[in-house]
Design a protein around this ligand. Structure first.
Ligand code: ACM
Ligand code: ZN
Length: 658
């Protein structure tokens, strides 16, 4: 190479390199696409930008327009003629890569989103949003005239068809708005199945018109009011059928299927509280209601409890009731699969039940596993008669399962493996890989979770494919899902902490091709991605804690004590801040509320009793959602103290921030 050529090459590198680096920095799509090529330049989107699509894509167009309007105030026009954003379905893309595939081509003049179907286009639009500045996820209008979007060429399609998340609405009850927020976040991550755990020992959460007693009796239970011994409050709630329809419609617009679960025949304390006749015998029957009502949320281990939570498989009268319930569920939910639970059935109740024993004898069943299989087969008929498919937790394999039923493997990988080897469609929901009510860190500020740390990295790297499967067997794996069991959580902030960022990791494990997965790369993309979650008001778990001040009860607190801390240096970005106290020794303090003032004016607060002590903390995190930031303002945290229990105490307040 001569000197001139070398000089030109150097010049070219110095010109191109910063652009490439800049572009690389700006692109952090989660889950990672199959092929992404960053080309030079950018597309500038403003209110003159027009979007063109055929009318069958109205839902997708409206979704996209609404997102930008809410966050930036930019209002795109839809147009049938010339336009700079074009959405179109592509038969060849569908044939080659499936319905969920999309191509996204961005040049300086035009954005083209093609999809294997409407779903593919929807995912293309999700990726397009992630190519924009993070504030397009803001819930409040952060006025911007224009948005710069890097030019790219992307081809993408998922690894698994079932990219799921199970939400337990029974242990704690999530309001409709929280369920919608969950669906929004799933859509953002190209997740497509919400497995909705609607019934369990702790509460019946769905209105059933033919059996109104289910929600009249079993939607609320007595909840101990920590730390006042003996004091209890009703806790619970349920979804009306109208609300369920509204949520299903909302999910459909986001290309998410909701798979409802009614957990039978075990985990049925709530059901038996409402309809005691469905239990095995009369002795325990008297106890059912009280037994259900007094079942405390924080006692997670039902197995140790003395009462029965199992529906009788012997009495003929239980089956028409279950049929009524399933019929209403099937009328509401259009999903291909109906989940009937089937897990952790305590068969000792059947062993001592004359009805169950008679049933086993009459049907020639050799043991209680076969009785469970009998029970599940009867339920499957009800589901199949309505044109749907049954899915259940992996214990339904015991005692023989109909070949048409599908399985959700949760007990490690064993259940999934057995199911697959029997030729069944299977969802991998391993409690060793994907249970996200577990702790996700050793950090002492993390709220109480189940034992065994399950980090986002663990979820990301967990292998959902059992060893030694043939290619054909691998195809039986419908996909993977995280599950959050919610006994320790009862509010937005705590649910969010459990779910995020672990569901971000799950989304990439479910969507991204195996050989493209790379934890370090994912982690670096997460830096920008978390900013998106900040704008969306997600209180995802964060490790970074900082002490913002101390206290000392020498000062003899009373009901009027207010602790004040300047947090101007902490509140620098939009997001949900966690404020919490920590006592090294001495008394317990009780906080009544946390308030944030901006230049002396209250802008946000979290009011609840928080108990902070050396050994045991309860509800101690105060979540403060800052939706808009003013970098010049003075922010002050005020904590209203309700009192102290015990002797003198010293402690500190800490902020965990985005
Ligand atoms: C389960 O965790 N019992 C499915
Ligand atoms: Zn029985």
């Amino acid at each position: 190479m001569n000197y001139k050529a070398f000089k030109n090459l150097l010049l070219a590198i110095t010109l191109i390199l910063p652009n490439l680096l800049l572009a690389q920095n700006r692109v952090s799509i989660i889950p990672k696409p199959v092929k992404e090529k960053i080309t030079s330049g950018s597309f500038v989107l403003n209110s003159k930008t027009q979007i063109k699509a055929t009318s069958d894509l109205n839902n997708e167009v409206e979704y996209f327009i609404e997102q930008l309007k809410t966050s930036t105030g930019i209002e795109l026009n839809s147009s049938s003629s010339s336009s700079s954003i074009e959405l179109k379905t592509s038969r060849s893309l569908e044939n080659k890569y499936g319905k969920e595939a999309y191509k996204l081509n961005i040049t300086q003049n035009k954005i083209t989103v093609s999809g294997g179907s409407k779903t593919g286009i929807f995912y293309g639009l999700q990726t397009l949003l992630q190519l924009m500045p993070e504030h397009v996820y803001s819930r409040v209008n952060i006025k911007k005239e224009k948005l710069s979007i890097p030019c790219v060429d992307i081809l993408d399609y998922p690894r698994f068809g079932w990219r799921g998340f199970m939400l337990d609405a029974s242990r704690s009850f999530q309001p409709v708005e929280y369920v919608k927020k969950t669906l929004d976040l799933m859509a953002m991550h190209k997740m497509n199945v919400l497995h909705w755990h609607l019934t369990d020992d702790h509460g019946w959460r769905i209105e059933i018109k033919s059996h109104p007693e289910l929600t009249q009796v079993a939607a609320f239970r007595n909840q101990p009011n920590y730390p006042v011994k003996g004091e209890v409050n009703p806790y619970g709630g349920y979804y009306t059928q109208k609300q369920i329809r509204e949520i299903i419609k909302y999910a459909e617009k986001l290309h998410i299927t909701i798979v409802p679960e009614v957990d039978l025949p075990g985990h049925s304390s709530a059901l038996l509280g409402a309809i005691p006749e469905m239990g095995c015998n009369d002795v325990e029957r008297q106890d059912h209601i009280q037994y259900f009502r007094d079942y405390p949320m924080r006692n997670t281990n039902f197995i140790k409890h003395k009462g029965s939570n199992v529906v009788c498989a012997g009495k003929e009268s239980v089956y028409p009731i279950i049929n009524d319930i399933l019929n209403e569920i099937i009328d509401l939910f259009p999903s291909e699969y109906i989940h009937i639970g089937g897990d952790e059935v305590k068969k000792k109740w059947w062993e001592s039940c004359p009805h169950c024993q008679k049933r086993a004898k009459d049907e020639g069943l050799k043991d209680m596993d076969e009785l469970q299989a009998y029970f599940i087969k009867r339920l499957e008929k009800m589901v199949v008669n309505r044109g749907r498919k049954l899915i259940g937790w992996d214990e339904i394999l015991r005692g023989g399962l109909s070949p048409t039923a599908s399985v959700m493997g949760w007990r490690g990988m064993k259940g999934a493996e057995k199911s697959i080897k029997q030729g069944r469609k299977t969802v991998v929901a391993s409690n060793k890989g994907y249970y996200i009510q577990r702790n996700q860190t050793e950090n002492p500020y993390h709220p109480q979770g189940w034992p065994r740390v399950t980090t986002a990295k663990h979820i990301y790297e967990y292998n959902p494919i059992p060893e030694g499967l043939t290619k054909e067997q691998e195809k039986l794996i419908l996909g993977i899902q995280t599950s959050v069991w919610t006994p320790f959580m009862n509010k937005n902030g705590l649910w969010d902490i459990a779910i995020y960022p672990r569901n971000c990791a799950l989304s990439e494990a479910a969507w991204t091709q195996r050989d493209l997965k790379d934890w370090n790369d994912f982690e670096s993309r997460m830096k920008n991605h978390l900013k998106r979650l900040d704008y969306k008001g997600v209180s995802y778990w964060r490790e970074n804690a900082k002490v913002i001040g101390t206290w000392d009860t020498q000062d003899l607190w009373d009901e009027n004590t207010i602790l004040k801390y300047d947090v101007s240096n902490e509140i620098k970005e939009v997001g949900v801040y966690f404020f919490l106290g920590d006592v090294k020794d001495g008394a317990e303090i009780i906080v009544d509320r946390a308030v944030i003032l901006k230049d002396g004016k209250q802008i946000a607060s979290d009011k609840h009793l928080g108990y902070i002590s050396k050994d045991k903390n309860h509800e101690r995190i105060y979540f403060i959602d800052i939706q808009k930031i003013d970098t010049d303002a003075k922010y002050e945290l005020q904590l209203k103290v309700k009192g102290t229990l015990g002797k003198v105490s010293k402690g500190e307040f800490v902020v965990l921030h985005p």
